[in-house]
Ligand binder design. Structure first.
Ligand SMILES: [Zn+2]
Length: 424
């Protein structure tokens, strides 16, 4: 009895295996019916069943009721092809494919913003521009997407250096409340790069009114830029007013003190110019290399030693870099023989591994004795005359000149003295 029952079960299993190998549900149903498994189904039940099957297929095809992210098999084949082009580093073909896909499906707009932003950050600005222009060409684009695309396109133009076009678009987008801060801050960058300092200051003030301005030191720099322009055209009254405004923004502000010292010098008020420069060097020792020669030109010969003695004392109170900055500035200015500096120069040479190495490599060529330091100081002074003196702490850009505004990364106040001397 048990054996007969097991044989019947095996036969049913075989039958099911045969059924599951049928290609489609209809064939399976037909096969099942023909073998008497569903003899009682009415024609109405058949119609309902087929309709359910068709609806199921359509739902699967169009993704009705799907969850995000969709399974890979349900993604549009063009999307997969586009990804494949990206992976195989054919970005132009990938872009063509994604743009084609976008025409067919509004859901991919966010993907295109992401792709555009990615291209821009990689420096592939032309591709980013193409994506955003393509979005804007769509008549059916929702207003919020159109505004976002305008902002993105303006950022592409800014990155590409197309400043006039960027300016127009940023101005347009700055009327949109939710994009205002981003648009105004970028507009500020456009004016900075165009050296339109009054415009930059105006935008800064608009940002300040909505409590979204960068630190006040930025507006103080704008005011100093404007003061420099006023000084160039000989308008000392306006320049002084602008410098007062800069100091009202940030205090102490050494850049304003240095500019005010130049005005005082022009007005033959040497006492004021010297006081201002000494204050500026005290507040910002990084200006030493640039301003020390200027200060020493203004100081009467009999006062020079006292000024240098004070600078040495202050340098020793500061961080460990300050004595080195003063020594390098003094060597660049040819002050190797000044008495108050001699001890400091020797100390810095002995403590600094690089300078010590130069010392050692050159000592064979030198006479022994007291003249060593002086001669070494002359040699290093000559090397520094051809060295890159400054470096941007933000981006590493280096050069012979000091900049308040980095020409490479556009950061403010990011330059520090940095001697790159080729040894050997
Ligand atoms: Zn920089």
């Amino acid at each position: 009895m048990n054996a007969a029952h097991a044989a019947a079960r095996r036969a049913r299993r075989r039958k099911r295996r045969v059924l599951t190998r049928q290609d489609a549900g209809l064939n399976a149903a037909h096969a099942a019916a023909s073998q008497g498994l569903m003899p009682e189904l009415s024609p109405l039940t058949w119609i309902v069943g087929i309709a359910a099957l068709v609806i199921g297929i359509l739902a699967g095809h169009f993704g009705w009721g799907r969850r995000w992210p969709p399974p890979l098999s349900r993604l549009h084949p063009d999307y997969l092809t586009g990804l494949d082009y990206l992976v195989t580093e054919q970005p132009d073909r990938a872009l063509d494919m994604f743009l084609k896909l976008m025409e067919a499906n509004a859901d991919t707009i966010e993907t295109h913003f992401s792709l555009g932003s990615l291209y821009r950050r990689r420096g592939e600005v032309e591709r980013a521009i193409r994506i955003h222009q393509n979005l804007l060409a769509r008549e059916s684009l929702a207003p919020e997407h159109r505004e976002q695309a305008l902002l993105a396109l303006a950022q592409d133009y800014l990155r590409a250096g197309l400043l006039d076009r960027a300016e127009v678009l940023f101005q347009q987008v700055s009327d949109v409340p939710r994009l205002r801060i981003s648009a105004l801050d970028s507009l500020r960058s456009v004016y900075e790069r165009q050296l339109e300092w009054q415009q930059a200051l105006n935008v800064y003030r608009r940002l300040a009114r909505i409590k979204a301005a960068p630190p006040r030191v930025v507006s103080a720099h704008y005011l100093c830029e404007l003061a420099s322009i006023a000084m160039e055209r000989g308008d000392a009254v306006t320049a002084r007013r602008l410098l007062r405004e800069a100091r009202a923004e940030v205090s102490p502000f050494p850049r304003a003190a240095v500019l005010r010292a130049r005005i005082a010098e022009r007005d033959a008020d040497i006492g004021l110019a010297v006081r201002l420069l000494r204050t500026a060097l005290h507040e910002a020792p990084k200006l030493m290399q640039q301003e020390l020669p200027h200060l020493l030109r203004l100081v009467a010969p009999e006062d020079r030693e006292a000024v240098l003695t004070e600078l040495v004392k202050r340098a020793e109170l500061y961080d460990r870099g300050a004595p080195k900055r003063l020594v390098f500035a003094s060597l660049s200015a040819g002050l190797t023989d000044a008495a108050p500096l001699r001890v400091l120069i020797e100390k810095v040479f002995a403590d600094d591994p690089t300078l010590h190495a130069v010392w050692t490599s050159n000592s064979d060529r030198m006479d022994a004795g007291q003249g060593d330091t002086r001669r070494m100081a002359h040699e290093i002074g000559a090397l520094l005359a051809h060295a890159e003196n400054y470096r941007c702490l933000e981006c590493g850009f280096s050069g012979r000149n000091f900049y308040w505004h980095c020409p490479a990364c556009h950061a403010w106040d990011s330059f520090e003295p940095y001697a790159i001397v080729k040894l050997g």
